[in-house]
Design a protein around this ligand. Structure first.
Ligand SMILES: Nc1ncnc2c1ncn2[C@@H]1O[C@H](COP(=O)(O)OP(=O)(O)OP(=O)(O)O)[C@@H](O)[C@H]1O
Ligand SMILES: O=c1ccn([C@@H]2O[C@H](COP(=O)(O)O)[C@@H](O)[C@H]2O)c(=O)[nH]1
Length: 250
């Protein structure tokens, strides 16, 4: 069983896909998925990892999809950001049921429901061992929660951004669409940008490159993967500043 001393990272920013929260359903939140995620997060809290969380909204609303259906884009983005607050409340509920202390902060003031984002307070909560969920994205339309995750990760000085997703890393093409796509073990930020690898939005990648914050993309469904990464294992794909071209496996 890993202990406090086995952890490689002290503070992480974990980005969870909203789409994954719906489990087998086509829309909404499956409490069983939340409980499973809470269990995995609890293992990290148990060895003293400080965790900031950002949860997407793709299980409920995405501005671009609403716009394609005829809504005003900014209104759609506002709905998407509100969706992330709902996901955050559901995740807080699951974490607290597992006896994990948790705070939800929102980029959009929402008095009486969640507290407004404040960087210094967030860092204090993280230092005291509480999980902090950063909700409502960046608070601005035309962004995504990938960018919000990288932004908050930089602001609270996390050591790593972990993007938990459906696929088990970054591929040469979207593996859900192209079965011949091959997986990378490591990539530089420039390679992700040059090859336009679509696993994460490019604004998020640029932010991390600018601030030298590594990103690891991994599969959330794989039990124990999160703990394995934190204790130095090599799940998924690591994206960082400078890598030797020969180090990646494609
Ligand atoms: N080159 C690539 N390598 C890996 N995945 C890719 C690539 N290009 C596109 N993808 C797709 O990107 C998706 C990752 O995004 P994810 O589902 O985590 O959603 P999100 O938009 O970040 O979150 P949400 O579901 O909350 O909107 C993968 O499921 C995968 O199908
Ligand atoms: O900073 C942000 C973050 C998100 N949005 C809107 O919310 C949805 C849901 O987020 P995903 O990252 O797609 O899961 C997104 O599609 C945007 O519409 C935003 O406007 N600003």
């Amino acid at each position: 069983m890993p202990t406090t001393r086995d952890k490689k990272y002290k503070r992480i920013l974990l980005k969870l896909s909203g789409e994954q929260l719906m489990g087998e359903e086509g829309f909404g939140i499956d409490p069983k998925v939340l409980d499973k995620m809470a269990l995995e997060i609890g293992q990290l809290v148990g060895i003293g990892v400080q965790i900031g969380l950002v949860i997407g909204g793709g299980n409920l609303f995405r501005g671009a999809a609403l716009n394609a259906a005829g809504l005003d884009r900014v209104t759609g983005d506002h709905m998407g950001m509100l969706a992330t607050v709902m996901n955050a409340l559901a995740m807080r509920d699951a974490l607290e049921r597992s006896n994990i202390s948790c705070r939800v902060m929102s980029a959009i003031p929402m008095s009486g429901i969640v507290e407004h984002y404040d960087r210094r307070r967030a860092i204090r909560f993280l230092e005291s061992g509480e999980v902090v969920i950063f909700s409502a994205g960046t608070g601005n339309p035309f962004f995504t929660t990938d960018s919000a995750a990288c932004l908050r990760g930089i602001e609270v000085e996390s050591d790593l951004v972990l993007k938990a997703t459906k696929v088990d890393g970054v591929y040469s093409a979207d593996p859900m669409k192209d079965p011949t796509a091959t997986k990378y073990d490591r990539l530089s930020f420039d390679e992700v940008l040059d090859k336009k690898l679509g696993v994460m939005d490019l604004t998020a990648i640029c932010l991390c490159r600018e601030h030298d914050l590594p990103v690891r993309v991994f599969q959330m469904d794989k039990a124990g993967a999160l703990l394995n990464i934190i204790t130095g294992g090599t799940e998924g794909t690591l994206i960082e500043e400078n890598i030797n071209e020969e180090d990646n496996n494609v």
